[in-house]
Ligand binder design. Structure first.
Ligand code: NCD
Length: 301
């Protein structure tokens, strides 16, 4: 059964095909419809763009969409998630989009479902967020297709970022030339999947073609990982002055939600180099491609 738990489980060919297909959906008016499939969205953690994006993608493909609110579901009566999912599978739901604070939760559900349903990971703890990584790469490829020639800087709270984790793996598979994580030591990743790390903003941003800024993920910081934000801002925030270190046409990205005045400035978010809303726009098309991929409908292309 095909799932979408992390980018690492896919081949570089599969990832390239996802980008190609998502760009095709974006650039053409027509797309297939899969009314015979139902998808349930199980979001145990807050979300705006990812949940709405998956919902829109499914609706564009004419799938039946069920939005289950865990705070009002039978899990509040003590039912375990694995029994909830077995119940929904019994009703004929074939696809589940799952977000949870616990790392490995989507994988656990994939084991429970066996070959009866497809699980798509919409973010599990600090582990993975593969659909975000893929829409980010789609957005980059759309503007700068030669990934091998690019320097991409990922700036900020990398250690706790599931986006950065899945992005590193995808960059490795797709052959990004130079991927650099720019973060103060305490926010550097404990294990690096691909690329290099620096605590020097100058070194990290100098000559970058893409600067991806990450949210300061306060809710995920352990006691000793809290930094003085004023100090952090001075050294690492994506201000217009700091952005000037990168190439003049560097793309400014952020997975959102954006905390203006903390990790990035309003002028940069709304500035001419920002592609933050294009990331959001592209997300719908990438998620259509992901649905099609897990459903095995991409084989005949
Ligand atoms: C991210 C997430 O939830 O992992 N946002 C998103 O899905 N667009 C990033 C974050 O929380 O900072």
């Amino acid at each position: 059964m095909k799932h979408f738990i992390d980018t690492s489980e896919k081949s570089s060919k599969e990832l390239s095909k996802l980008i190609e297909r998502a760009l095709y959906f974006k650039n053409t008016e027509s797309h297939p419809t899969y009314p015979e499939f139902s998808v349930a969205h199980l979001f145990y953690e807050h979300s705006t763009r990812t949940r709405v994006s998956f919902e829109l993608a499914a609706k564009k493909l004419s799938m039946t969409v069920i939005n289950l609110d865990p705070s009002t579901s039978s899990e509040q009566k003590g039912e375990e998630a694995q029994d909830t999912i077995k119940t929904l599978v019994a009703m004929g739901i074939r696809c589940f989009v799952v977000r949870h604070v616990q790392e490995g939760f989507p994988e656990m559900l994939a084991d429970v479902c066996g070959d009866r349903a497809h699980i798509i990971n919409a973010g599990d703890g600090t582990h993975a967020h593969p659909s975000q990584a893929m829409l980010d790469l789609m957005t980059i490829v759309e503007e700068k297709p030669d990934l091998a020639s690019l320097k991409i800087a990922v700036l900020g709270n990398v250690r706790h970022s599931r986006v950065a984790h899945s992005f590193q793996l995808a960059c490795s598979l797709l052959g990004v030339g130079d991927l650099v994580m720019v973060a103060p030591e305490i926010w550097q990743p404990k294990t690096l999947q691909y690329g290099r790390v620096t605590d020097s903003l100058q070194e990290g941003l100098m000559g970058a073609d893409v600067v991806m800024c990450l949210r300061v993920q306060k809710e995920r910081l352990a006691g000793n990982e809290h930094l003085d934000l004023a100090h952090y801002r001075q050294a690492y925030a994506l201000t217009e002055k700091h952005l000037a270190l990168a190439k003049k046409d560097a793309m400014v990205m952020h997975p959102g939600p954006v905390n203006c005045g903390i990790e990035i400035d309003r002028e940069v978010v709304d500035g001419p180099q920002s592609v933050i809303l294009r990331q959001v726009q592209n997300g719908v098309f990438m998620r259509m491609a992901i649905f099609e991929h897990v459903l095995g409908k991409d084989v005949s292309r």
